[in-house]
Ligand binder design. Structure first.
Ligand SMILES: [Zn+2]
Length: 337
């Protein structure tokens, strides 16, 4: 059913000019039998040229990208553009409105719902529309994230290796222009694996850059500024915003996840007291923190240690912790052993 979707919009992606409208995602309820979820979409087109697909709000409690894309869509006019910019600042709108990672309509995690389902739950229908309608139009896609309620991140970009050498070069060019302090190159085996937007983009041969801009369900000023400037630098690189007033951007440090040991997990319930901060460089065997036993405060807290060395790229933001919660993710330089 690749060609079938129930999501539609009166917006004409082939028309020149600036259009602001909504995707219509059918959602039939007791109080709204023929109802739709209106998902904001902005298309700014001026003649031939590349197509940029810019997305935020895939997870609702990640705010820097949502604000950056809303501002970009207000500031850019069609006359400024060569080609086409498609902007979706709040892709999983029900999750955005609820301030949650997942949608309250179906508990769907949009960036774990690819390739999606045209006749599935609402979140899977959005994923399917992105993968079958929006991504095939795009010359590149930027998907803006942050750590959400549970996690805080060093501002960084994520790209996937594994495509051809030409694709990898394009991705490194994209990440260099975006200019995050750190770019993490993954082989796609961690995190969401084949269920993410970047996985589907890679299959379609569309260069995809994911950014992590902050976390804790707050709005980081640094992360928002990075998104706004980084997007303009990328659009200029592609010749789509020729007059954009951008600096060359800071250089990005190419890093990677060494393996499964880069992720530190809690394996008991309690209160997590961290012993390392974002950006810290840690050694194997170093204490990562302790987990306090809430109902037996006289018991010694359980120590957590790093099994590998690296830089702390993200850390759990919440103190209350359950078995299986990720506490840290470490990155090492690309050429590290
Ligand atoms: Zn996210």
């Amino acid at each position: 059913m690749a060609g079938y979707t129930q999501v539609w919009t009166p917006l004409d992606f082939e028309a020149d000019g600036k259009q602001c409208d909504w995707l219509r995602l059918p959602f039939s309820t007791d109080l709204s039998g023929y109802g739709v979820v209106p998902i904001p979409v902005i298309c700014i087109r001026n003649g031939d040229g590349p197509t940029a697909l810019l997305i935020a709000g895939s997870h609702g409690d990640e705010y820097e990208g949502q604000v950056a894309l809303a501002r970009l869509s207000r500031e850019i006019e069609a006359a400024d553009v060569r080609g086409r910019i498609i902007i979706l600042p709040s892709l999983n709108l029900p999750a955005v409105e609820a301030g949650r990672r997942v949608s309250p309509l179906d508990d769907g995690n949009l960036n774990r719902s690819f390739p999606g389902n045209p006749i599935g739950a609402p979140t899977t229908m959005i994923a399917h529309y992105v993968g079958t309608v929006l991504l095939p139009m795009a010359d590149f896609v930027i998907d803006l994230h942050a750590g959400g309620r549970s996690t805080n991140y060093v501002p960084c970009a994520l790209i996937r290796s594994g495509g051809s050498a030409e694709e990898k070069n394009k991705l490194i060019e994209l990440a260099t222009a975006f200019g995050a302090p750190v770019t993490s190159i993954s082989d796609g085996s961690g995190g969401g694996g084949a269920t993410t937007l970047s996985a589907v983009a890679q299959e379609l041969g569309v260069p995809a850059l994911t950014a992590e801009l902050g976390g804790c369900a707050t709005l980081s000023r640094t992360g928002t500024a990075l998104a706004e400037q980084g997007l303009r630098r990328v659009l200029k690189l592609y010749g789509m915003l020729p007059e954009a007033n951008t600096d060359t951007g800071p250089s990005t440090r190419l890093m990677r996840v060494r393996g499964r040991g880069a992720f530190v997990y809690a394996m008991r319930k309690g209160m997590f007291e961290p012993a390392a901060d974002l950006g810290d460089v840690v050694q194997p065997g170093q204490v990562a923190g302790v987990i306090h036993v809430v109902d037996r405060p006289w018991d010694a807290p359980e120590p957590i240690v790093f099994s590998e060395g690296g830089m702390v790229a993200c850390r759990r933001a919440l103190a209350l912790t359950a078995p299986g919660d990720c506490l840290y993710k470490l990155l090492v330089d690309l050429d590290a052993d």
